[in-house]
Design a protein around this ligand. Structure first.
Ligand SMILES: Cc1cc2nc3c(=O)[nH]c(=O)nc-3n(C[C@H](O)[C@H](O)[C@H](O)COP(=O)(O)O)c2cc1C
Length: 298
């Protein structure tokens, strides 16, 4: 057996063994507010339920690995002792990953990741409309466990109101595991979809993704592109270079694609979005972007 004494290796290396070994972990998608009403949305997989009477949840925004800095969610939970913990299903996973980008305090990750904020009833932070279960919580206690990067901060929360989308219930009124369709986190880029198994989502950029709010309106409001597609498109740092774009637009297959439906803008939009969806399913984000930009120019 490989044996490791944690203090003998770099904390970041030990972290990667821990998250590989202690997995899959559920994901708390936490909305929080500061005193001025600024809102924040970030995922945390150091998270679980610990009792049901009272209904108790703990999640841990650790001190930042690189500099020991405090994450915005922790700052907010200290300022306003209320959070909402939203369940993440498969349809939300790419946008949730985009929301984990370390945007500066004051940037609203609801806007960046393209989720809809709806008011809560008993707490200040809003809920994520797209989430199948949203739990309004009061923060009971925060336990700081250290001062170095990676140290846990246990945010102990009590659920005061749970919202459940009735579409995920079975005929007995119980949550159906296929309908709720949760995802969970493992080590590296790995996730699991409870009903189907492992898949990967590349970590969001260290640089800041442009965000779903920066996508052209026709893309954001597409009836064909999914939330996962928008999350992938919003995670790029900048659009393809002009030269690369022109080379793409001059490809014979691309010219034929656009000429076939030239007189029928509605069908052309649908075909472009269907093709972009296919490209994104194959992880070909650059080509999906070039296709959408070429379409914008028509
Ligand atoms: C699925 C997922 C799970 C995460 N779990 C944690 C976690 O448990 N603790 C943590 O400190 N950071 C975790 N992160 C990273 C934070 O989401 C990230 O640092 C985020 O930018 C914090 O945002 P904030 O500064 O707005 O609070 C996770 C990221 C992802 C994508």
């Amino acid at each position: 057996m490989l044996q490791i004494i944690p203090s003998n290796i770099k904390p970041s290396d030990f972290h990667s063994y821990m998250v590989g070994a202690i997995a899959p972990r559920p994901i708390a998608f936490v909305s929080s507010s500061d005193q001025m009403g600024g809102i924040n949305l970030s995922p945390f997989s150091f998270y679980n339920a610990f009792g049901s009477n009272p209904p108790l949840i703990i999640f841990s925004p650790a001190l930042r690995g690189k500099d020991g800095g405090v994450k915005n969610t922790l700052e907010n939970a200290r300022e306003v002792d209320e959070v909402v913990i939203n369940v993440v299903n498969y349809a939300m996973v790419q946008q949730m990953s985009l929301a984990s980008t370390e945007y500066p305090k004051g940037v609203d990750e609801f806007v960046k990741s393209g989720f809809t904020a709806i008011p809560s009833e008993l707490v200040k932070p809003p809920r994520v409309k797209e989430s199948p279960v949203q739990m309004e919580c009061k923060v009971k206690q925060i336990i700081q466990t250290g001062v170095k990067g990676g140290a846990a901060n246990l945010v102990i929360c009590e659920i005061v109101l749970m919202h459940i989308n009735e579409d995920i219930l079975n005929d007995k009124g119980i949550i159906d595991p296929y309908k709720i369709d949760q995802v969970a986190r493992l080590g590296g880029n790995w996730y699991t979809r409870a009903s189907k198994g492992l898949f990967e989502v590349p970590k969001p950029l260290k640089t800041l993704g442009i965000g779903v709010d920066a996508l052209p309106e026709s893309v954001r409001t597409s009836k064909i592109l999914t939330g996962n597609d928008l999350g992938m498109l919003g995670n790029i740092e900048k659009l393809p270079e002009e030269e690369q774009q022109l080379l793409y637009e001059n490809r014979t297959d691309v010219k034929i694609f656009f000429s076939v439906l030239a007189g029928d803008p509605e069908n052309l939009t649908n075909e472009v979005h269907l093709e972009a969806h296919k490209l994104l399913s194959d992880n070909n984000i650059t080509e999906a972007w070039m296709l959408l930009i070429a379409h914008q120019k028509k």
